[in-house]
Design a protein. Structure first.
Length: 150
C-alpha cells in the first residue's frame, strides 16, 4: 500500500492542578475555542472540546503524523500560557501533570460526543475524580490512586 491510512479517535481528559476551579463560565467558550486552534495547528481534527470548572474533555482525530504525547503537551502548554495571559486571576493556573486518553471506535464516537456535551449536567452529581476513576475502570486501565492525583 503506497499510502498510510489512519483514523485514530481519542478521548482526552485532564484536570487543573489539584482540581482548582479556574475555568469559569465566562472563559469556558474561549478556552474551548483556543484548544480547537491548537489541535488544528497540530494537524489533528477536533470533534468536540468541553471544559468544566476543573477539567476538560476533548474528542479528536489524532494526526497520523503526530504522537499523542506531543499533541497533549502542545494543548496543555499552549492553553496554559493563554489562560495565564487572561489576567491576575490566572497567573497561578496550572494543568495537572498527567492526562488520560482512550481510543474510541467510530461506532462509539457519537455517544462520546453526547457524553462530553453533557458534562455540566453530569457534574452536578459526580466529581471529576469519581468520573475519571469510572472511565479508567471502564477502559481497563490499571491505576494506583496514590499516584493518580497531583
Amino acid at each position: 500500500m503506497p499510502q498510510s491510512l489512519v483514523h485514530n479517535i481519542i478521548h482526552l481528559a485532564f484536570s487543573t492542578k489539584k482540581r482548582c476551579p479556574f475555568i469559569s463560565k465566562e472563559i469556558k467558550s474561549d478556552l474551548n475555542g483556543y484548544i480547537v486552534g491548537i489541535l488544528k495547528k497540530n494537524d489533528s481534527y477536533p470533534i468536540i472540546v468541553n471544559s468544566e470548572k476543573d477539567h476538560v474533555h476533548i474528542l479528536f482525530i489524532l494526526s497520523k503524523n503526530r504522537a499523542l504525547k506531543d499533541v497533549v503537551r502542545e494543548v496543555k502548554a499552549g492553553s496554559s500560557r493563554w489562560l495565564k495571559g487572561k489576567g491576575k486571576a490566572f497567573l497561578k493556573f496550572q494543568w495537572q501533570g498527567g492526562y488520560s486518553a482512550f481510543s474510541v471506535s467510530q461506532s462509539k464516537a457519537a455517544g462520546i460526543v453526547k457524553y462530553i456535551e453533557g458534562q455540566e449536567q453530569h457534574h452536578k452529581t459526580m466529581t471529576f475524580k469519581d468520573e475519571l476513576k469510572k472511565l479508567l475502570i471502564k477502559h481497563g486501565v490499571g491505576f494506583d490512586e496514590n499516584y493518580l492525583w497531583d
